[in-house]
Design a protein around this ligand. Structure first.
Ligand code: APR
Length: 262
């Protein structure tokens, strides 16, 4: 593993514009279950249908009624995920990524996670491609606002500015990624010359395409994961292990290289 970490540190210190793409595995050590693999939410409860967004759109009031019920009733994926995220703190992996950014060695994080832990760990440029569960978003005008403190009385809640239906900011299966967010992610992918993949199975598009697109224009790909994934074959360096162990070691190896060259 140390040889792989040293190679990865060489890539990060040699890169002009390294970015990270993170998935649920990064937050496992914060107590939030992943979706796939052993103990994953979808493994336990089944993956939601790709028609989820259509079901919401067809009857937003019923969707909200079901959602608020599920958030308050144990033994369903909504309840389990809410309880875990409510209790979660950033872990050593999140903090290491924030410190890589502070050291100028990581320019942005594209995360598939909706838990908001990158921001709480101190990362500055975080692109939340699947949204953030702590926010609401208007389907009409796209306006986002914090969910906490927002009075959800009438169902569905509607936008004070445009009258549109308000949903959770989290992107649903079958829902288009908000255009501005997707464009920002694509710009980062196009610009990067190194991409650090952490804790993602590479099962969901468009995020799963990002490493392949980056590789096409010559970016080096580093994967951090205890298991092989759909993306392992595209990685130049595969570091097998948990993000909470690997990322602090990678941060240390990278800083040592920077100090050696100073
Ligand atoms: N450190 C690093 N990786 C880990 C750890 C860990 N401690 N524990 C598990 N993993 C890895 C697993 O091996 C797996 O490859 O994290 C990955 C989690 O994969 P998924 O559960 O599929 O999560 P993700 O890739 O983020 O899913 C993408 O699917 O359902 C949608 O919107 C959801 O954003 C999610 C998307």
């Amino acid at each position: 593993m140390n040889e792989a970490i040293e190679r990865a540190a060489g890539i990060l210190t040699g890169a002009e514009y390294a970015i990270a793409l993170t998935g649920a595995g990064l937050s496992v050590e914060s107590g939030i279950p992943s979706f796939r693999g052993p103990g994953g939410l979808w493994t336990r409860y089944g993956q939601p249908s790709n028609l989820s967004y259509r079901v919401f759109s067809r009857d937003p009031q019923e969707w909200w009624e079901n959602r608020l019920r599920d958030e308050a009733t144990p033994d369903n994926p909504t309840y389990d995920l809410k309880a875990a995220v409510d209790a979660a703190e950033p872990n050593a992996g999140h903090i290491a990524l924030a410190e890589l950014e502070s050291a100028g060695l990581l320019k942005s994080v594209i995360t598939q996670n909706v838990d908001g832990l990158h921001g709480r760990a101190g990362s500055g440029k975080v692109l939340e491609i699947h949204g953030n569960r702590n926010y609401l978003r208007c389907v009409g005008c796209g306006k986002r606002q914090p969910r906490e403190g927002y009075p959800i009385t009438d169902l569905p809640p509607t936008c004070a500015e445009c009258g549109g239906v308000i949903k959770l900011d989290t992107v649903m299966f079958g829902e288009p990624i908000p255009a501005t967010t997707l464009a920002a992610c694509v710009a980062e992918v196009q610009r990067c010359d190194a991409m650090l993949l952490v804790g993602t199975s590479g099962a969901v598009n468009p995020a799963a395409q990002f490493p392949l697109v980056a590789r096409e224009h010559g970016a080096h790909i580093i994967e951090v994961n205890p298991m092989p994934t759909e993306l392992t074959g595209a990685a130049d360096v595969v570091i097998t292990g948990a993000a909470g162990d690997i990322l602090p070691a990678l941060l240390s190896a990278t800083k040592n290289r920077v100090n050696e060259t100073d």
